[in-house]
Design a protein. Structure first.
Length: 581
């Protein structure tokens, strides 16, 4: 059977699309199971296909699938419905199946109002989708409604079969890295906590199951062999089992995997030993849900952590060279100027080096949604309106839109205003085996201020000054290619080319083949009047199109017309090759 699994688009545009562009890891696991059972499976990431219905139609027409599966988180449900309609218009007899939390929590609503949806998978989809494909291959379409975990229509009646038991041994699942390439990985399923804003407790029943360290490390190694060098570990709480985390980290080190990765944790489930091994194994960022500086707000959200636990986790992470990122929620029940001030005070105490601020949303399947329906008498049919979500303040007359927007502005302004101080105040733990990693941490952070996301945010004061301090501090720990280059580029901006030459001569002794450093060195030689030496530097790096361009420019300055023409021809040939590829 030919199956397509689809990650649909959301309705609202994003300033940054990192939260919607990622294909849910579950689709890769389902795809791997389907392939292991002998079926053909293609995963389509349609996150950016809003308004491109004609293109979607042509893609589906060219594949001509036998089964279409669409993953619904919630904000992308209308994208899923649109794609289901396109599929049905092309292939009326081909089943369209929805899965994911957004479909599970609204299964009756979706089946009742949208005839283009045939079935909904109510639990883990690997075995259910494989059984469905097997039945279709055998011509037994009529038996699909009887499968465990299937919700469907029976005339005017809607029925949902009990889902199959959770897959207890996740290692029995085929490894999706053998069939697909991806960056977002997961080593466990579930979360033991019960936050009011999250659907995880209802999906996973507050139970957590784990891949073995060997399975997970081998999966990462397989993906690394395909060229993936950065990973997002998407477990709700990666650090739940200390010994297991350390085993994973040691496995990554033993395999000598040259990777970096980021993870999510909980402030009361980390200690120095866990964070140490995570950093040794290439982890560069750890995210914590802080939610609010107000213990009253956190209690309302059922986030049972304390300010001292939050402060301890952030202090430990930054001391070991892990960038600590804080998630804050605002616009919660009872939010006011005082609670926002408490959040700002806590932020100033924990000094996060990255922060994300969310307005509290109400999603089906959460305790907040149940409360909303009780308070307002609303039903699931509110989702017939073509919207992604409902923000809490829209349901609470004591909080206005203007108040919430002002809260967000205060939080972001306070974070950005103080961010240079947070970065410069980092006190790294003096452990010789971490010195190279400390330099890496500081240079990454410096690049963010000098040339990355933080360089163009007007509320951040003097980002270049902060970057220069971080680069210099990095080089006090250990020679670092990124630090040499970043500092040199800042000095070039200021026209300090002699200082750049001195710095890069030192850096190139450590990293003689570093292309960007060589090019930066050559540019400063040119700007210092030494075109002949600059030309030789660029010619030694003629495998680079940029080096060839610089070399031609130098040749022109030196009056070497034949060389300049020859270099021009090489540039044309190289450009033609790149265009053909």
């Amino acid at each position: 059977m030919k199956i397509v699994l689809i990650n649909p688009y959301c309705l609202d545009p994003r300033l940054q699309d990192y939260d919607i562009r990622v294909v849910p890891i579950g689709l890769y696991y389902i795809g791997a199971c389907l392939k292991a059972a002998g079926h053909s499976c293609e995963i389509l990431n349609f996150f950016d296909m809003q308004g491109k219905q004609g293109q979607i139609r042509e893609i589906l027409r060219s594949i001509s699938p036998d089964l279409v599966g669409i993953s619904i988180l919630h904000a992308n449900r209308w994208g899923g419905i649109d794609i289901a309609r396109i599929s049905k218009s092309l292939f009326p007899e081909i089943p369209v199946v929805f899965g994911g939390p957004g479909a599970v929590f609204l299964w009756q609503h979706l089946l009742n109002h949208f005839r283009e949806i045939d079935f909904i998978v109510m639990g883990e989809g690997e075995h259910t989708m494989t059984s469905m494909a097997d039945l279709l291959a055998q011509g037994k379409h009529g038996k699909i409604p009887g499968l465990p975990g299937i919700a469907s229509r029976h005339g005017k009646t809607l029925m949902a079969n009990d889902p199959p038991a959770f897959i207890e041994d996740l290692d029995t699942l085929p490894d999706p890295s053998e069939h697909f390439t991806f960056q977002h990985v997961i080593s466990s399923r579930g979360c033991p906590w019960n936050c009011a804003f999250c659907g995880s407790p209802r999906i996973w029943k507050r139970k957590v199951r784990f891949h073995s360290p060997d399975y997970f490390v081998n999966q990462i190694a397989n993906l690394a062999s395909k060229g993936e060098k950065f990973f997002y570990v998407s477990d709700d709480t990666f650090t739940l089992k200390k010994d297991r985390v350390i085993q994973i980290c040691k496995g990554i080190i033993d395999k000598n995997l040259a990777i970096n990765w980021a993870a999510i944790s909980r402030v009361n489930h980390v200690d120095e030993e866990i964070l140490y091994w995570m950093r040794r194994a290439g982890c560069i960022q750890i995210s914590f849900g802080v939610e609010s500086g107000s213990s009253r707000i956190r209690k309302t959200l059922n986030k049972n952590i304390t300010n001292s636990e939050i402060t301890r986790a952030f202090d430990m992470a930054s001391a070991l060279g892990l960038m600590p990122r804080a998630y804050f929620i605002y616009g919660s029940p009872g939010e006011n100027k005082k609670s926002i001030t408490e959040s700002i005070r806590l932020m100033d105490k924990i000094r996060p080096l990255s922060a994300i601020f969310y307005i509290l949303d109400i999603f089906p399947g959460t305790a907040l949604y149940d409360d909303f329906k009780r308070r307002t008498g609303a039903t699931d049919d509110i989702w017939l309106k073509r919207v992604e979500d409902i923000m809490y303040f829209e349901t609470d007359s004591s909080i206005s839109r203007e108040m919430v927007l002002s809260f967000g502005k205060r939080l972001r302004k306070a974070f950005y205003k103080n961010l240079p101080r947070y970065a410069e105040s980092v006190k790294l733990k003096d452990m010789p085996e971490l010195h190279a990693l400390h330099a890496d941490f500081l240079s990454r952070l410096g690049m963010t201020f000098a040339f990355g996301d933080y360089s163009n945010i007007k509320d951040i004061p003097h980002p270049d000054k902060t970057a220069e301090k971080l680069f210099r501090k990095a080089l006090e720990f250990h020679p670092d290619e990124r630090a040499y280059l970043g500092l040199a580029m800042l000095l070039q901006r200021k026209g300090q080319h002699l200082q750049v030459l001195e710095l890069l001569e030192q850096g190139l002794r450590h990293f003689p083949d570093a292309l960007d450093m060589n090019l930066c060195y050559g540019v400063s030689l040119m700007n210092s009047g030494n075109q002949e030496k600059a030309l030789q530097i660029f010619l030694r790096n003629s495998h680079s199109p940029r080096a060839l361009e610089y070399a031609r420019y130098c040749a022109d300055l030196l009056g070497k017309k034949d060389l300049a023409m020859d270099l021009g021809r090489k540039i044309q040939v190289l450009s033609a090759k790149q265009t053909s590829q």
